[in-house]
Design a protein around this ligand. Structure first.
Ligand SMILES: Nc1ncnc2c1ncn2[C@@H]1O[C@H](COP(=O)(O)OP(=O)(O)O)[C@@H](O)[C@H]1O
Ligand SMILES: [Mg+2]
Length: 307
């Protein structure tokens, strides 16, 4: 039996979330007071790992953090969630990645220093790590710049060891959407884009066309639609899930990543895709109602469909 149900390649970073009515910095040494801040584990793959572990999966994460307080916070959160951190290395040469989110009602701006976020190299993703799991979730495709030139090779190796694969590219900061995604789609068991990402990846202007394009190429397409919920497609089957608006006061950070983990956790337990989608939406909505990507994540006992 494999050691892990799921493995991820860690995009290690923390989120410093600063919020208030006016969080726009003003140069000229102007000092503004803000309402609040929260320091939380960030990183799409890290948030995914935490949610999957909270849903009872055996989760392994490979990555590096800096030898600093942010790295310690990240490792602590992963452990709290039940993620196995034995493959996380503390690297004294690195700074742990940091994103500063300036959030005000209705919008946010981000400043990111990647640091440990994109430090992993393909040589570190060994065959023995890949072969230790049933499934690999690949996230932050474009931010993992150290892996990007080789990422399809990693997916192919994983498949050769019998793993199933899920992919959430997240946004491409260069807005180019290349890196061989089109060729890689047939290797993907569960593809998890949001609407904007689906349009970009399919290189089409209308969502219906993009869905038609993508569902022909991947096994399962789970399309995230923010407060409109999500849709799922597999072969001729399709389903949708509407969500009630998330509790006010949240910032949406990590909702998509926890959605992914909910879907994959349910799928690995053999649940039908409609139930996978329902569980995914429940995770996404719950996280969307809290600040940061960790606090709102439900535990397995919170989800009736898992009982
Ligand atoms: N404001 C919200 N209210 C309720 N549910 C939400 C909200 N935002 C996100 N969700 C849930 O989380 C899922 C993923 O969020 P979404 O914003 O679409 O993903 P991403 O963060 O990848 O763009 C949605 O499909 C939905 O189920
Ligand atoms: Mg996302």
């Amino acid at each position: 039996m494999a050691e892990y149900d799921v493995i991820v390649l860690g995009d290690s970073c923390v989120d410093l979330i600063v919020n208030g009515a006016d969080v726009v910095p003003e140069f000229g040494q102007v000092e503004k007071l803000v309402d609040n801040y929260t320091l939380e584990m960030g990183g799409s793959c890290c948030i995914f790992a935490a949610q999957a572990a909270k849903l009872g999966l055996r989760v392994g994460i490979l990555g590096r953090v800096g030898d600093d307080a942010f790295g310690a916070l990240l490792l602590q959160r992963l452990k709290e969630a039940g993620v196995d951190t034995q493959h996380m290395v503390v690297d004294p040469v690195l700074k742990t990645g940091l994103t500063i989110h300036l959030t005000q009602p209705g919008d946010r701006a981000m400043l990111t220093h990647p640091g440990s976020l994109n430090a992993l190299t393909p040589a570190e993703v060994t065959d023995s790590f890949l072969a230790s799991a049933r499934h690999i979730h690949y996230g932050s495709l474009f931010l993992h710049t150290g892996l990007l030139p080789e990422w399809t090779g990693i997916i192919k190796r994983a498949k050769s060891f019998g793993l199933t694969v899920s992919l959430d590219t997240n946004w491409d900061p260069d807005d180019r959407w290349e890196a061989g995604i089109t060729e890689a789609l047939p290797l993907i068991d569960i593809f998890l884009p949001n609407e904007q990402e689906a349009l970009r990846i399919a290189r089409l202007n209308h969502l219906e066309e993009a869905v038609a394009y993508l569902r022909k190429r991947v096994n399962i397409l789970a399309l995230k639609r923010g407060s409109d919920g999500a849709n799922v497609y597999q072969g001729d089957q399709q389903g949708q899930c509407a969500v009630e608006a998330a509790v006010a006061g949240g910032d949406g950070i990590g909702a998509g990543d926890s959605f992914d983990a909910g879907f994959v956790s349910a799928w690995l337990r053999g649940l039908p895709i409609n139930q996978c989608l329902e569980i995914a939406c429940l995770c996404g909505r719950s996280v969307a109602g809290q600040i940061g990507g960790f606090r709102g994540q439900p535990l397995i006992n919170d989800i009736a469909l898992f009982q």
